[in-house]
Design a protein around this ligand. Structure first.
Ligand SMILES: Nc1nc2c(ncn2[C@@H]2O[C@H](COP(=O)(O)OP(=O)(O)OP(=O)(O)O)[C@@H](O)[C@H]2O)c(=O)[nH]1
Ligand SMILES: [Zn+2]
Length: 192
């Protein structure tokens, strides 16, 4: 069930004040419903669905099998500028008799994206949560990020892309495994 910490009426009030502070008239027709819309958006953005279970299955044929789930695209908000960042994550783990429901990787990514973030922390949180869900430290995560605070403002570099990698357990100690993971993250995910 979604859990909210957002005081929606207060956010709407503050958005109305923001409009005044930037020289707008919150009473003009186009802006009348804007405070409520923005408050509703903050509410939905910051209210992750915590009910998602990390459904696991027993799969005896999966012995030491590398599983990579890619294309986990989520929107988050940069905590420095409150501007969107688009994060494209790939998660790899070693299935050893137990596999995690595929959609759960996306749900975990959504949970950590729905808050004020930095890409490095998101990468680490996603890896740690997957490790907890599968009950093993053998997890790797890559994230490719586009930060609007770098492209639409500030340094204004539209093509800037940030890549982060977190490798734990055998992904840290086994160069072949690490290489297989990185190869699959550039070819869209899969199993080896
Ligand atoms: N490491 C990291 N930095 C981020 C992330 N998102 C935004 N930033 C950076 O946070 C920094 C904040 O720097 P400040 O100098 O305090 O802010 P600023 O004056 O607005 O900086 P400019 O963006 O250079 O105009 C900027 O360099 C952003 O690019 C992120 O996910 N990870
Ligand atoms: Zn930023």
């Amino acid at each position: 069930m979604p859990v909210s910490t957002v005081n929606t009426p207060r956010v709407a009030e503050l958005v109305r004040e923001l409009l005044v502070a930037v020289g707008e008239d919150p009473q003009r027709e186009g802006l009348l419903d804007t405070p409520a819309r923005v408050a509703s958006w903050w509410h939905s953005f910051l209210s992750p669905d915590l009910s998602a279970m990390a459904t696991r299955f027993t799969e005896t044929h999966a012995s030491d099998q590398l599983v990579v789930v890619g294309g986990l695209n989520v929107w988050s908000l940069c905590e420095h500028h409150l501007l969107p960042m688009q994060l494209d994550a790939h998660v790899g783990y070693l299935a050893n008799g137990t596999v995690l429901g595929l959609s759960k990787f996306g749900r975990i990514a959504q949970r950590y994206a729905g808050r004020l973030q930095v890409q490095e922390r998101f990468t680490r949180q996603l890896a740690d949560e997957v490790a907890a869900a599968i009950g093993s430290p053998d997890v790797a995560v890559t994230v490719h990020g586009v930060h609007l605070c770098m492209s639409m403002r500030g340094v204004r570099m539209e093509s800037a892309r940030t890549s982060t990698v977190h490798a734990a357990g055998r992904f840290r100690t086994d160069p072949l495994l690490s290489q297989q993971f990185l190869t699959l993250t550039t070819s869209g995910g899969g199993t080896v």
